[in-house]
Design a protein around this ligand. Structure first.
Ligand SMILES: *Cc1c(COP(=O)(O)O)cnc(C)c1O
Length: 364
């Protein structure tokens, strides 16, 4: 059997007529940028999260970068970020001329809140929790420390659409929540897209201007903005998928339950969920000291896996100037050497799930 990490056309096929209808509606409308589909999606996604405002953008990276910019964070400022994250979180900081300060992860792969207060200096302006793999960060201590030191909280929800910690949805703890709708994400578009949600009218307005060349009114450029608009076609398709998101999330959680119940191999560590945290399983990530051998073994048996992520941002070539070395963040580096993401996608069949489980259980 051959199983890819993510087979995206399965979820398209599940509601094919709806997606095709939405795409045709957008194509026939004659409005392709900043039109009624985007307005409706922003209204609907704000309602889904419970936020007052949503601003659609071109990507998750833009959501993060423009959030940092709208908060007035730049050169001379420090922003605390998890060392164990996708590089986009860090790029949003450095793109604005600010300095990322890394902290190690906990046993759930998310930022270790026990280490947060010690990372704060007089220059710290913000902290960016990333709800990695779809599991909500332990947010109560993050909010408590942010409040104590007057830090803005910018949540990276690129992998956590709809996940809660306690009763609060990710993206709703901090000043601003940043989302990616990259096709593989839990709420994926059919191209690039992203958004922010916030209750702060000024922040929403600033980002709304920044995404469109810094103008409220055409050709009146108050801010030095960018072009980061979410187009009508993607907005129409996202509106369709958003209606199905609760069911799509439940399906991912059901696949994870089967993996958790079925995989029994002493060499393989299964993901754990912190009490109070919801996990929406953007990725199902296992860990083993023999990761490369496991990955090769699975490949031989037709199972595609990916490492999220093989090189932590502090060791990325582009961040050599930050002066970090191997050994600076040993927990993060160990995870980078040991993690492996198993196939996880909507529309994955029981025989495929069973095959992955059986193959893993035979790994010796
Ligand atoms: C995908 C992702 C991003 C970036 O989103 P894009 O839409 O690809 O720009 C940012 N942070 C995390 C944690 C992500 O997984």
């Amino acid at each position: 059997m051959r199983i890819d990490l993510a087979v995206l056309d399965r979820q398209f096929e599940l509601h094919r007529a709806e997606y095709e209808g939405a795409a045709l509606r957008a194509l026939r409308s004659g409005r392709y940028i900043l039109g009624p589909e985007l307005e409706a999606f922003e209204r609907e996604f704000a309602a889904f999260t419970g936020a007052k405002y949503c601003v659609g953008l071109n990507s998750g990276l833009d959501a993060l970068t423009l959030s940092v910019r709208a908060l007035g964070i730049g050169a001379g400022d420090e922003v605390v970020v998890p060392a164990n994250t996708y590089i986009a979180t860090v790029l949003a900081v450095t793109e604005n001329g600010a300095t990322p300060v890394f902290i190690e992860p906990d046993a759930y792969y998310n930022l270790d809140t026990e280490r947060l207060a010690a990372a704060v200096t007089p220059r710290t302006r913000a902290v960016m929790p990333v709800h990695l793999y779809g599991q909500a960060v332990h947010m109560p201590p993050v909010m408590e420390i942010a409040q104590r030191y007057g830090l803005a909280v910018i949540e990276d929800c690129a992998q956590s659409h709809g996940a809660h910690f306690g009763d609060t949805m990710t993206g709703r703890f901090g000043a601003i929540g940043c989302f990616s709708f990259y096709p593989t994400k839990n709420l994926g578009a059919f191209g690039d897209a992203g958004a922010i949600v916030t209750d702060d009218a000024d922040l929403a307005e600033k980002i709304r201007m920044l995404r469109n060349y810094g103008s409220r009114e055409k050709y009146h450029n108050e801010l030095c903005g960018v072009n980061s608009r979410l187009d009508e076609l993607q907005a129409a398709l996202l509106r369709t998928k958003l209606k199905h998101l609760p069911a799509l999330t439940a399906e991912r959680q059901a696949i994870a339950e089967k993996y958790l119940a079925g995989i029994q191999n002493d060499r393989i560590t299964l993901p754990q969920t912190r009490p109070g945290a919801e996990h929406v399983y953007h990725q199902f990530v296992v860990r083993t000291a023999e990761r490369d051998r496991l990955q090769a073994y699975l490949r031989e048996h037709g199972i595609d896996t990916v490492i999220h992520y093989p090189i932590p941002p502090h060791l990325a070539e582009c961040y050599r100037s930050l002066g970090h070395a191997h050994g600076d963040f040993p927990v993060t580096e160990q995870y980078a050497d040991e993690v492996l993401s198993l196939p996880m996608f909507n529309g994955m069949r029981d025989d495929e799930i069973g095959y992955v489980i059986d193959t893993l259980n035979r790994f010796s």
